[in-house]
Design a protein around this ligand. Structure first.
Ligand code: TEU
Ligand code: CA
Length: 553
């Protein structure tokens, strides 16, 4: 079935690169990444071959959650730059055929946003209903037992009016009330203001939460969620040809189709997290990670690949600014770092969907282990550390959780070269540089023809050259094999076979009949090319190859 080729979108064969501005490049040497820094690295990104930048928030913000707490949607945080510099970034990116996708954080604002400053003044303030307020219970206690994702109650008492306001994240991130049509209108206007500046779309922060029904304790996937998104689509980006991606931790494949099926007029695609949360403890969550289970992982990926094959669209990612580094989590950050980083890249980029590369992934950056909790800056890690230590969890156990899954793993400054602070800045950065910058850095990668960087560059180019990579049907082979991920893509009379070894040792596989005795062109490899498959095959540790089999007919 090739029906969706006729509905080609420009972002189908593109690769998105995520920038976390605070940690990318510090041009004015104050220790904080900035817009001028990003502009100075656009040539690097063009060389990598990406067409889209997802820019984590750069709006004005007190930075309680590094910019996911916005106090002015129509201005830039002074530490990041100015509105003029933002416009310059959009222009300079465009010259290099790169679209800027902005982060849209509208489930909540900062408590320092003028709307909230007004809202808390009195119960009849015109902005009161922009947020969610409830009276205390008879004994003065919180309206219900809802917990914030960042620890503690989801309700904060505001003495001025004697009511609690609702916040799913920090108490400096009050939730907006999307039941209020004025909130909807204001957000739509703000979105159009940015769209008129020529941005390429939006990544929508926790968008599955905006349809919440607080009194019924329904947070994700509320009854009005899709109507709200449809209305947003119509009022803003719908008539323009843009990329929109919703962050939806609660999505199932069926829900994903509601968001991303073309005839629904909602979003281009969503981020689903099933392959991430499968590694979390069912009760203790991310702080008590489970060992990676490849068979389960393959089941989840295959389910999503199949379910969205002809309706909706997948986004593909190993990591982002909230998650540990891919090579540390799924590969090997030690002796097989380069091979495993390439293996992960190949495995992901040959899947059907739009790949997202998180800054530093393209040079195989790894997790970090700081000795002291004081070296960590992430509000989630810090709040949860203190909450759990107070509840009796041993320090070492909590640190292990942070080493494995803490968000600062992804937020250490980008490693550009071997100079002090990794070439990120001349000044002590806001978060320490990973000490391995002397070995792992962009400069070294650019000088090494066999580097992870050039592997990504090659994969990104292949996606533009080979429609089969974008539109081919997916099939997982040997789903029960615990060490390897083997799949095929088929399109017209072409077939691609991808074979990846997720083990740090050799893996022998008996090939299924459908791919035995095949011969073709090896279009991706991380050891040496293999063009022929017989009955069995022994893959090297973290080896990964892709073979384009021509002319099945
Ligand atoms: O993340 C949503 C979110 O729920 C994360 O906080 C995630 O649950 C957590 O890391 C896992 O324990 C988005 C942004 O990506 C994140 O950076 C923000 O902190 C959050 O929303 C609030 O805006
Ligand atoms: Ca700076």
């Amino acid at each position: 079935m090739e029906s969706n080729v006729s509905a080609n979108k420009w972002w189908h064969n593109a690769v998105v690169y995520q920038i976390y501005p605070r940690s990318f490049m510090d041009a004015n040497n104050d220790g904080i990444g900035d817009l001028t820094g990003i502009i100075s690295k656009l040539d690097y990104l063009q060389q990598l071959g990406i067409n889209i930048i997802w820019l984590s928030p750069v709006y004005k913000s007190p930075m309680d959650d590094n910019g996911y707490d916005i106090s002015d949607y129509q201005d830039i945080a002074p530490e990041f730059g100015t509105l003029e510099e933002m416009e310059q970034l959009i222009r300079e990116a465009k010259k290099r055929d790169i679209h800027i996708v902005m982060d849209l954080v509208v489930n909540h604002t900062s408590d320092e946003h003028p709307w909230f400053i007004e809202a808390r003044k009195s119960k009849n303030n015109p902005y009161r209903d922009y947020y969610i307020w409830r009276e205390p219970q008879a004994d003065g206690s919180v309206p219900n037992d809802f917990h914030s994702y960042f620890g503690g109650s989801g309700w904060e008492f505001d003495p001025q009016t004697g009511e609690y306001y609702f916040h799913q994240f920090s108490k400096k991130q009050p939730d907006l009330n999307w039941e209020n049509p004025k909130v909807q209108e204001e957000i739509h206007q703000m979105m159009n203001w940015w769209l008129d500046k020529g941005i390429g779309g939006f990544r929508m922060d926790v968008i599955d939460l905006i349809g919440k029904q607080v009194d019924d304790k329904v947070m994700a996937n509320g009854p009005k969620l899709h109507d709200l998104i449809k209305a947003m689509n119509q009022a803003t980006f719908g008539p323009r040809n843009l990329l929109t991606v919703g962050e939806t931790w609660s999505a199932t494949p069926e829900i994903a189709k509601l968001y991303s099926a073309t005839d629904r007029n909602e979003l281009s695609m969503i981020f689903q997290f099933e392959h991430i949360t499968m590694n979390w403890h069912p009760q203790e969550g991310k702080w008590q990670p489970l060992p990676f289970d490849l068979v389960k992982f393959k089941q989840i990926i295959s389910k999503w690949q199949t379910a969205l094959a002809h309706e909706g669209w997948n986004s593909l990612f190993w990591n982002n600014h909230d998650l540990p580094r891919a090579v540390s989590k799924y590969g090997d950050a030690g002796i097989f770092r380069v091979q495993s980083a390439k293996m992960l890249a190949t495995t992901l980029h040959f899947l059907k969907g739009t790949p997202y590369v998180y800054q530093g992934e393209e040079i195989g950056m790894t997790n970090v282990r700081f000795d002291s909790i004081d070296d960590y800056k992430d509000i989630e890690s810090l709040n949860l550390y203190h909450e759990r230590i107070a509840a009796g969890v041993p320090h070492d156990q909590m640190m292990e959780g942070i080493y494995e899954n803490g968000r600062d793993n992804a937020r250490t400054p980008m490693q550009w070269d071997t100079s002090e602070y990794g070439g990120f800045s001349n000044h002590q950065p806001w978060l320490k540089v990973n000490p391995n910058y002397t070995e792992i850095n962009a400069n070294a990668a650019l000088q090494e023809p066999d580097s992870v960087f050039y592997h990504y560059q090659h994969l990104i180019r292949l996606r533009k050259e080979l429609p089969i990579m974008v539109y081919g049907d997916f099939e997982c082979l040997l789903p029960e094999d615990p060490n390897t991920f083997i799949y095929t893509r088929t399109f017209q009379n072409q077939k691609i076979i991808v074979l990846s070894n997720f083990a740090a040792e050799k893996s022998k596989v008996l090939l299924p009949a459908s791919i035995q005795n095949t011969y073709g062109q090896c279009i991706s490899y991380n050891y040496s090319p293999r063009a022929e498959l017989k009955h069995e095959l022994t893959l090297e540790p973290f080896e990964s190859i892709a073979i384009l089999v021509h002319d099945k007919s």
